[in-house]
Design a protein around this ligand. Structure first.
Ligand code: PSU
Ligand code: MN
Length: 287
């Protein structure tokens, strides 16, 4: 109904709800993200697969189900069809959420950190399918840069290769998720939501069919680089790779930081949802 009425709609993903926070805690984060979208006068559409049905917009109980079910499948773009066919519960990643957005005609999304090029990519070739979908979904995605466990420099290079602009929200550097400064340069700095909306509008009007990333730095930086490095090394020693890597590393870092990264991560997700809503509203007022 919101899309038909041409109201600004902001998509939110469910992988972070199911796999990004300690068990049960994801639902409150998702609810708060939705609330912040609503107070900005946009409509939240949290996306996930429930018993084989791709749902665009979830009820409270459905959100809770994702948070309470750690064995909900992590569904990337290539897993959507299998998840539907098997009637399974599937938490969609940024990539799969964008794939659904393309079908539904949603142009804005908020998330925490983007997937990208993993450290050791020369050996593993582990590059998130988020990048593939960012390269073809006409949506503005607000994130705090790429996930901190990645090779951020290589991710930034690949974003450039794929023609995906990275706009810096009040910054010239791509944020490093838990840390605001020190990242690679952005395509352009933006200081107002109108600025961001206008660049996205021109990008698409120029026939670019990719996403536009709006990178918002965290309000407070945390220095947890060594904890992330340690967790990535432990994962390697234990042979944890592929889709299981992020949930494993996040859980270890959340534990090792005494929950400080959990709190930081929650704020990031909520603030990014709010900014996505504000830009969606600014975009709706452009013409
Ligand atoms: N960043 C977080 N928590 C997460 C993710 C990113 O802080 O849970 C998730 C997102 O859903 C993202 C996915 O799309 O990780 C990418 O996973 P992979 O690298 O396996 O493609
Ligand atoms: Mn991967």
């Amino acid at each position: 109904a919101a899309l038909e009425a041409r109201r600004p709609v902001v998509a939110l993903e469910t992988t972070l709800v199911a796999h990004g926070f300690p068990r049960g805690e994801g639902a409150a984060v998702a609810a708060e993200a939705e609330r912040r979208v609503r107070v900005a006068w946009a409509v939240p559409a949290t996306i996930g697969v429930i018993d084989g049905r791709i749902c665009v917009g979830l009820e409270e109980g459905e959100l809770q189900r994702f948070a309470d079910t750690p064995d909900a499948r992590k569904v990337g773009p290539r897993d959507l069809a299998a998840c539907v066919a098997k009637g399974a519960l599937g938490a969609t990643t940024v990539g799969a959420t964008l794939a659904v957005c393309r079908g539904a005609g949603i142009g804005f999304m908020g998330t925490g950190g983007l997937g990208g090029v993993h450290r050791g990519w020369g050996q593993s070739l582990d590059i998130s399918a988020d990048l593939g979908e960012l390269a073809r979904a006409e949506a503005l995605v607000v994130a705090s840069g790429a996930k901190s466990l990645l090779d951020v420099q290589a991710t930034s290079e690949l974003l450039e290769t794929l023609g995906i602009p990275v706009l810096g929200w009040h910054t010239d550097e791509m944020p490093l998720f838990y840390r605001a400064g020190g990242g690679p340069p952005v395509t352009a700095r933006v200081d107002t939501t109108q600025d961001a909306a206008l660049i996205a509008e021109f990008h698409w009007r120029l026939g670019r069919h990719s996403a536009v990333v709006l990178a918002q730095p965290p309000k407070e930086s945390l220095d947890v680089d060594s904890l992330v490095d340690e967790a990535v090394q432990t994962a390697e020693q234990q042979g944890i790779a592929g889709p299981a890597l992020t949930p494993f590393v996040l859980a270890r870092v959340h534990e090792a930081s005494g929950g400080r990264t959990v709190e930081a991560n929650k704020k990031i997700v909520v603030e990014n949802a709010a900014l996505a809503a504000e830009v969606a509203v600014a975009y709706s007022k452009l013409t």
